[in-house]
Design a protein around this ligand. Structure first.
Ligand code: AMP
Length: 403
């Protein structure tokens, strides 16, 4: 790596999409952001915003056959802005990898053994790891000389104690199939818990934080002194909170019932619980803005969906208060957590006995900055902390290649 190589390209490769950001770690600026969608279809779309030049967002539509073509198209867009991937200023490529199992507890420079291990984890992350692997291999082909770093969604949660990570099922069966609670959104939980400590003017080691990552996917975590001690997602991102389209916690016997009584196949149940449940299953909408609008118009289904969502959230806040013993802060993040003031207000309503409260006027403020929304008198700080998974991936990647 050359001395002035300070750029990191962050790639988040999904099955039919690639999200990317190019960051300069020297100046701490974002040079370009973009997204390729519907890869493999006739109507693929690339949207690219060259932040470095202050140019407008550019959108191109037309077939992009595969990830290789997608990444080449991204490289061409970047080159057009003088930010080509062949630049000696590019230090590394950081990849979001969803499942790192137990082996990957930290960001890792990718070699053949790492690729093999990510592949070995495909059975526990069948939707995500194959796409992440494709993204890595494509990027490796494009710049074989460059360090490629995997940053795992599960890594932050590997500090969970065994009693929080293990399901109460037969140990041999669980171990034979690597069934345990891994947790996800770890990059966000790590970033937000650290930022929350900074907002309080403390070192992460001094504070206990409940992080509520409420996006279309949603998860809660209990972070004690900077280490995750419990999180709501499990073997897969299906467990825990009510989400946009996922059920979250459910009696596992519901699945037997759906097979035996409703005659559904395993795949159909998978689709039901992952894609047709949660808010969308309850009221037909998964966008919190739309749900709030319907509630304002008196829609009872939307109101019930909201109440179920909040009830689950409240149960996790209570549970993690008990797990942590002392809570210094509750931090809301991601699309819903950062934007939906009614969700924050309802989630903490009635929790004054736990030292938690929301100040209505602070809660109503919209901002991209981390901020406190609790009254000054509250024992527990309630914060809104915008997450930035790409920045966290870039920082971890850059730190590793400079170590
Ligand atoms: P994420 O997965 O973090 O991108 O979050 C996406 C979700 O955030 C959407 O499905 C909406 O439910 C929610 N969201 C985004 N903007 C707002 C907003 N202004 N008010 C309420 N909810 C929002």
């Amino acid at each position: 790596m050359t001395a002035n190589a300070t750029r990191v390209l962050v790639l988040n490769s999904g099955s039919s999409s690639v999200k990317y950001q190019l960051l300069d770690m020297g100046s701490g600026t974002r040079l370009a952001v973009g997204l390729v969608e519907r890869i493999g279809e006739e109507t693929s779309r690339l949207s690219h915003t060259p932040l470095a030049t202050g140019g407008d967002k550019r959108e191109t539509e037309g077939p992009i056959a595969d990830h290789d073509a997608a990444l080449k198209a991204v490289a061409a867009e970047l080159a057009a802005d003088g930010l080509g991937l062949d630049s000696p200023e590019l230090a590394a490529i950081g990849h979001r990898v969803v499942h790192g199992g137990l082996k990957f507890t930290a960001p890792t420079v990718i070699d053949d053994a790492v690729l093999k291990e990510i592949e070995r984890l495909v059975p526990v992350a069948p939707l995500h790891n194959p796409a992440n692997l494709t993204g890595i291999r494509t990027a490796q082909a494009l710049r074989p000389d460059l360090p490629q770093v995997a940053v795992f969604d599960t890594a932050f949660h590997t500090t969970m104690p065994e009693y929080a990570a293990r399901y109460a099922i037969d140990v041999e069966t669980a171990d034979a199939h690597r069934i345990r609670r891994y947790g996800f959104h770890g990059t966000s939980h790590a970033y937000v818990s650290r930022k929350t400590a900074a907002l309080l003017g403390k070192d992460p080691s001094e504070v206990n934080v409940i992080v509520l990552h409420l996006g279309n996917g949603a998860s809660a975590s209990a972070v004690a002194g900077g280490r995750c001690v419990d999180t709501s997602m499990g073997l897969t991102p299906l467990e825990g909170l009510v989400m946009g389209t996922r059920s979250g916690d459910i009696d596992p016997a519901v699945t037997f019932h759906l097979r035996r009584v409703a005659g559904m196949s395993t795949d159909e149940i998978d689709v039901l619980l992952n894609k047709k449940s949660g808010l969308v299953g309850l009221c037909g909408d998964n966008d919190m803005r739309e749900i709030r609008r319907r509630i304002d118009e008196g829609d009872e289904r939307a109101e019930l969906a909201f109440d179920i969502y909040i009830h689950r959230l409240k149960k996790y806040i209570g549970a993690y208060t008990a797990v942590l013993g002392r809570v210094d802060a509750v931090a809301f993040t991601a699309g819903v957590g950062e934007n939906a003031a009614p969700v924050r207000e309802a989630a903490l309503a009635g929790l004054e006995e736990l030292g938690m409260a929301v100040d209505a006027s602070r809660n109503a403020v919209r901002s991209d900055e981390p901020r406190l929304i609790s009254p000054d008198s509250a024992r527990v700080a309630v914060a809104v902390v915008p997450t930035d998974e790409e920045l966290e991936i870039a920082q971890q990647t850059y730190a590793l290649v400079n170590a």
